[in-house]
Design a protein around this ligand. Structure first.
Ligand SMILES: NC(=O)c1ccc[n+]([C@@H]2O[C@H](COP(=O)([O-])OP(=O)(O)OC[C@H]3O[C@@H](n4cnc5c(N)ncnc54)[C@H](O)[C@@H]3O)[C@@H](O)[C@H]2O)c1
Length: 271
């Protein structure tokens, strides 16, 4: 018996990386999955774009666990598309219990004042406004069910620890913390829990395309000696480590946890 038997979980940014790990892990716990991803490029990021083939692979991995998967190419910045997806999910599965707002981009620049305005706007649109839009589309479906539920935002160590060269990312993730806390208040009466998981370095494609190299080039005193953390092992951890935390957070084992920031960062935040 899984911890999420009979439930339906939505995961944004599910084509690869942590989003795929969450989709597959929550399916292994018994949930049917709504997986979506923009599967496209951005103007101001360096990492390669996720693909529709990757999203289909996520769906195949969910289905291999005997769970159903509704997988669609949807942009978290597109509220009408999100609302349509939420309606399709209800038509297909009849309920929504869990939402993992995981999608994200990361870009590194020399400093805040030379950052192009459009780059700032792209990151804020995706990371902060996009997170707000995902909850706007799906929370009414959880409320409608009247069974309570759980919402997890994938934030970052950078919600708390500044990363020079990544002002929009840090500001958006920091803003996400207050988005989470306000929602935790508003949704408490509906028995819907709202939390953030705050990863340290995770080994995913978001790090590719030169972001790490640029971080070291621009700010060697911060990045030159690798990541600062308290536990040993490799610096970047596999996405399954974050999925372990998310699987717990959305389960009944965490039924008394809401409004919380959960670091999964090998102690990076207290360095
Ligand atoms: N990898 C790390 O070191 C790390 C550390 C802390 C936090 N995070 C956060 O973890 C989350 C997952 O990232 P990841 O590490 O798996 O990287 P990733 O690049 O492998 O996955 C991110 C996914 O989000 C999708 N996406 C981006 N914008 C989207 C949008 N507007 N609509 C729908 N999908 C969109 C991308 O296409 C991609 O598939 C992100 O929010 C990221 O900020 C990552």
């Amino acid at each position: 018996m899984g911890r999420l038997d009979g439930k339906v979980a939505v995961v944004s940014g599910a084509a690869r990386g942590q989003g795929r790990a969450h989709a597959v892990r929550l399916a292994a716990e018994g949930a049917d999955i709504v997986a979506f991803d923009v599967c496209g490029g951005f103007t101001y990021t360096r990492a390669p774009a996720a693909t529709v083939a990757e999203l289909e692979d996520t769906a195949a991995q969910v289905e291999a666990l005997d769970r159903r998967c509704l997988a669609e190419k949807v942009d978290a910045r597109d509220l009408p598309a999100l609302t349509a997806l939420a309606d399709t999910a209800m038509a297909e599965f009849g309920r929504v219990d869990v939402v993992v707002v995981n999608h994200g981009i990361w870009t590194v620049d020399r400093n805040s004042w030379e950052l192009p305005e459009e780059s700032w706007q792209e990151s804020i649109d995706v990371l902060l406004t996009g997170a707000w839009k995902v909850q706007k589309a799906f929370i009414p479906k959880i409320i409608e069910g009247g069974r309570g539920g759980s919402l997890v935002f994938t934030s970052s160590v950078n919600a708390v620890v500044p990363q020079p060269g990544a002002v929009a990312y840090c500001a958006a993730k920091s803003g996400m913390q207050m988005l989470m806390k306000v929602l935790a208040h508003e949704l408490g009466p509906h028995e819907i829990r709202v939390n953030t998981v705050n990863p340290g370095s995770v080994d995913t494609d978001i790090r590719l395309g030169g972001n790490i190299e640029k971080s070291i080039e621009y700010y060697p005193y911060v990045f030159g000696q690798g990541n600062r953390q308290l536990l040993g092992g490799t610096n970047a951890r596999p996405p399954s480590i974050i999925a372990d935390a998310v699987a717990w957070l959305v389960s009944d084992e965490a039924r008394f946890v809401t409004g919380a920031l959960i670091p999964v960062d090998a102690g990076r935040m207290v360095w």
